[in-house]
Design a protein around this ligand. Structure first.
Ligand SMILES: Cc1cc2nc3c(=O)[nH]c(=O)nc-3n(C[C@H](O)[C@H](O)[C@H](O)COP(=O)(O)OP(=O)(O)OC[C@H]3O[C@@H](n4cnc5c(N)ncnc54)[C@H](O)[C@@H]3O)c2cc1C
Length: 413
């Protein structure tokens, strides 16, 4: 395993982590990569996502940012207001800034990002994607590599196996057989409507979250490049934990979702009633918030199986960092593996040490994001007295202005 041509890497999951990881590995000179995806084809799952400068810096290096920008809505700040008629400002949260962090934040449909990633992958030789291949279980891990099976009973081997297979990861089960993601007792229901329908009051900046003590938080966030559409969404506590089919049934129960969005609209400013007056049912999404308990390690004992993205650390959406942190995982991992390959080392102890440093460094960032989530929650939750936090500005330089190349070099030193 001392030359990059020999290191064959298998990635389980062609979601945002898996696709970006393939591109990042390729950028680092690794070109023997197969992505295995359980779905029959790339699907348009979920709605739009928000990307912050830390992730955009990565996507820029991977040549994703410029084409993506043309498909995205750009903004800087998330606004938080009371749900009184005056919509009294309470708080703001920076999500991007060209002057401070080099990038405005982007809001973009997930399928647009997946499409751009696919286009770039098609241009590269040495990356292939196989659909309809569902990882089943790991069969063996040796110094040479790993062997596993798919649910169609075929067996495959590779030098390195990466689990980028999301929050309910099967690959993770090899390292943590009994671990299950934990429901956080929160759900969000979202939809998309034309911006014109809202008749946004003059001067009301978006994205804005209107906070109501009784009914939870109502989010309005413009999307599409020209901002002609808005995401509308409501987040609330939901104590009943359902299984996979139960959540799917709830999502398919469009009347329930509509009622969730509309309930209490009369207790919000008029803009919310306008927003929920006409909701296309095909634009409704439901997001139960799960998290993966903190893992001691993301790397198997033998060092040949690694999990990342939601498989390693699915986190609640408060600071909007879920997918942004996943991009940090894959970019730094690819940098570390690329550096090890360039050093042409067969020293497996060194590989293990560097991977340990990578994971510890990544976990430290995730822990800081979780701390940030807690601080933001204090401001957003209904019944929260915001007077003590009102004018405090978060220092977000640590999050958005990170120097990835320096960090990678330190881990590999
Ligand atoms: C409705 C919704 C809205 C969201 N909005 C935001 C947002 O605004 N901002 C944000 O930062 N985050 C958001 N998130 C979270 C974000 O989507 C995740 O953090 C991100 O998708 C993680 O990417 P991933 O590639 O690690 O996992 P996933 O996106 O879950 O991708 C995993 C892939 O692996 C495949 N797979 C699973 N099991 C197997 C198997 N056994 N074999 C083969 N393939 C398999 C899946 O089909 C999938 O394609 C949202 C999530 C949801 C559900």
């Amino acid at each position: 395993m001392s030359s990059s041509a020999k290191l064959d890497i298998a990635i389980i999951g062609a979601g945002l982590s898996g696709l970006a990881l393939a591109l990042a590995l390729h950028k680092n000179g690794l070109n023997n990569i197969i992505i295995y995806e359980s779905r029959p084809a790339s699907l348009d799952i979920g709605g739009a996502i928000m990307l912050s400068p830390n992730a955009l810096k990565i996507l820029d290096v991977l040549d994703v940012y410029q084409p993506l920008r043309l498909r995205s809505y750009e903004f800087d700040t998330l606004h938080f207001r009371k749900s009184d008629e005056a919509m009294t400002p309470v708080d703001t949260f920076e999500f991007g800034s060209a002057t401070k962090y080099g990038y405005q934040a982007l809001r973009v449909y997930r399928y647009e990002l997946i499409e751009v990633l696919h286009e770039l992958i098609r241009e590269k030789s040495g990356i292939s994607i196989m659909y309809g291949k569902k990882f089943s279980r790991l069969l063996s891990e040796t110094n040479e590599g790993v062997t596993w099976s798919f649910t169609d009973n075929t067996q495959v081997s590779a030098s390195l196996l990466i689990g980028a297979d999301g929050i309910h990861s099967q690959v993770r089960k090899y390292i943590y057989p009994d671990l299950e993601p934990r429901f956080t007792n929160g759900i969000g229901v979202t939809a998309a409507v034309p911006t014109a329908q809202l008749q946004l009051p003059e001067g009301l900046e978006t994205p804005v979250t209107l906070m109501n003590n009784k009914h939870g938080a109502f989010v309005i966030a413009q999307q599409l490049h020209d901002g002609s559409e808005v995401l509308i969404g409501k987040q609330r506590r939901f104590t009943e934990s359902l299984d996979k089919d139960g959540w799917a049934d709830l999502l398919n129960n469009k009347e329930w979702c509509l009622d969730f969005l509309r309930r209490g609209a009369e207790d919000f400013p008029q803009v919310v009633s306008n927003a929920v007056s006409n909701i296309p049912k095909n634009k409704i999404n439901l997001w139960p918030f799960y998290m993966v308990p903190k893992l001691d390690t993301w790397v198997s004992k033998g060092g040949k199986v690694v999990v990342m993205g939601d498989a390693a650390h699915a986190i609640p959406p408060t600071a909007g960092q879920g997918v942004n942190q996943a991009f940090e995982d894959v970019y730094t991992f690819a940098g570390v593996i690329g550096a090890l390959e360039n050093q042409n080392t067969d020293d497996s102890e060194k590989r293990r040490t560097v991977l340990k440093r990578w994971q510890a460094g990544r976990q430290a960032r995730i822990d800081k994001v979780l701390e940030l989530n807690t601080m933001i929650d204090k401001r957003r939750l209904p019944n929260q007295d915001s007077s003590d936090v009102e004018n405090e500005e978060f220092d977000l330089g640590w999050l958005y202005n990170i120097d990835f190349e320096k960090t990678i070099a330190e881990w590999c030193a």
